[in-house]
Write a protein that binds this ligand. Structure first.
Ligand code: IMP
Length: 429
């Protein structure tokens, strides 16, 4: 398997950044295939920290970085991010960055709508990142989107803009907002167009060539399977398919290209935003794990909700996403706990479930069934081989492996690239 697809197997923030960085350093191309600048990937390379939202992680090491058609692209956010990363000494050219010319754009009107809806929803809000992701995907499937290739045809954009704005004006009127200023929007598009068009191309063609040459492709997923618009905790989800299958449709390569599917899994569970979370801990242990794990959102800075490891959810994610092996991250955050618990099933109205039911109300009522295990007082931080781990930490990892019915390919024991225990190399296996 020459290619690797990395996806989050929980609610995002599983620590994909470090793993992706390690794999990106060995890949010939890195591809983002869904989501947008709602993602936040932190890379620490040679002591320098890079915070990426939209740019694929390969960009820092000069690897060909591709933004696929499955992404929703905010061109102004991209320009800011490119300027920031270039300011850190990284060169970004049309040689190392390619953007799908059929990629839909996130416009200011999408951000407006995201905010208006969330404010109006009050307590029932989804807790989005406010980046306009959902409204942009809605316009894509509604066949009203302005896409990257439209930026080369701005002189004939008016009918498309009319259609898009008529839709948004009706929605805005419902929120008591003025209509979209079409002339101003067109002007903004004119101003940003040359910057985006510099990188625009049919990326499926470029990737086909790369693939034919036998290059290694890394598909870099954002968010996590439990935020998938079909398979996640709907409606408290993002608006894209976050499962591994999207690597193919979101980049223009076939399903036989995704290769080894590496599911990133945190040794406990976190979630940002609203929605069901059966194993959530609202006690001192939750507080402690949140502090030790620095559980604050990369994009919004929001405090993440924290809970015990939920083997039911991860087993479901691994099955849905065809995960070949998992990378278990942040095991060191559990160091020093007297006991650790794993959720092995749910109790719902007198019945036991070995999966998460689909209905939001059922999900909210699921009571976790726990299996407790002794913790470990020794430190796992920085361990680089299985033999360096305390016996109870090994038992915990082995039990997770059994319960999720998927092998552990690697264990990450600190944010440092080398603090990793490798059982199976995804690029070689
Ligand atoms: P949206 O993607 O901004 O529409 O937000 C929808 C839901 O997905 C919210 O609960 C967000 O907190 C969550 N979300 C979106 N992107 C990420 C991410 O990169 N990590 C974790 N949660 C995310």
């Amino acid at each position: 398997m020459a290619n690797v697809t990395v996806i989050g197997a929980q609610w995002g923030d599983e620590g994909k950044g470090k793993i992706v960085d390690w794999l990106a350093s060995r890949a010939d191309a890195v591809v983002r295939f869904q989501g947008g600048h709602n993602a936040g990937h932190t890379l620490v390379i040679d002591g320098k920290t890079y915070k990426l939202s939209l740019l694929p992680s390969g960009i820092v090491s000069g690897t060909l970085s591709v933004i696929g058609n499955g992404v929703v692209l905010d061109p102004w956010a991209l320009r800011d991010e490119v300027a920031k990363v270039e300011g850190q000494g990284v060169s970004i050219t049309d040689d190392n960055l390619a953007i799908a010319d059929n990629c839909p754009l996130i416009l200011p009107l999408h951000r407006d709508l995201d905010g208006l809806r969330e404010t109006a929803a009050g307590k029932g809000k989804i807790g989005t990142t406010g980046r306009g992701i959902g409204p942009a995907y809605e316009d894509k499937v509604g066949r009203r989107a302005i896409r990257v290739c439209d930026l080369a045809h701005l002189d004939t954009l008016e009918p498309q803009l009319d259609r898009l704005c008529a839709h948004h004006d009706a929605l805005r009127a419902g929120f008591g907002q003025p209509p979209v200023d079409r002339a101003a929007l067109l002007e903004e598009l004119r101003e940003i167009a040359p910057f985006v068009l510099r990188f625009a191309q049919p990326v499926w063609k470029r990737l086909k060539k790369v693939r034919r040459a036998g290059a290694k492709i890394l598909f870099e997923g954002a968010q996590g399977v439990l935020l998938d618009v079909d398979h996640g905790t709907y409606p408290f989800v993002t608006s894209s398919n976050t499962v591994s299958g999207t690597a193919a449709s979101g980049s223009g390569l076939g399903p036989n290209s995704t290769g080894f599917v590496l599911g990133i899994v945190k040794a406990y569970t976190t979630r940002v935003g609203s929605g069901p979370f059966p194993t959530e801990l609202e006690d001192d242990i939750g507080q402690r794990l949140g502090e030790r794990g620095h559980e604050f959102g990369t994009v919004t800075g929001r405090k993440r909700r924290v809970g015990w490891f939920d083997a039911v959810l991860v087993r479901q994610s691994c099955a849905i996403s065809g995960v070949t092996g998992i990378a278990l991250t942040k095991i060191d955050v559990l160091d020093g706990l007297e006991k650790v618990a794993i959720c092995t099933g749910y109790r719902l109205r007198g019945k036991v479930y070995d999966y998460l039911p689909s209905h939001a109300a059922d999900q909210a009522e699921c009571e976790p069934i726990y299996e407790e295990m002794p913790g470990w007082s020794e430190s796992t931080a920085g361990a680089r081989s299985y033999a360096d781990l305390p016996a109870n930490a090994i038992k915990y990892i082995q039990r997770i492996q059994e319960l999720i019915e998927c092998p552990v390919a690697l264990v990450s024991t600190s944010p440092e690239r080398d603090d990793t225990i490798l059982m199976r190399d995804p690029f070689v296996d």
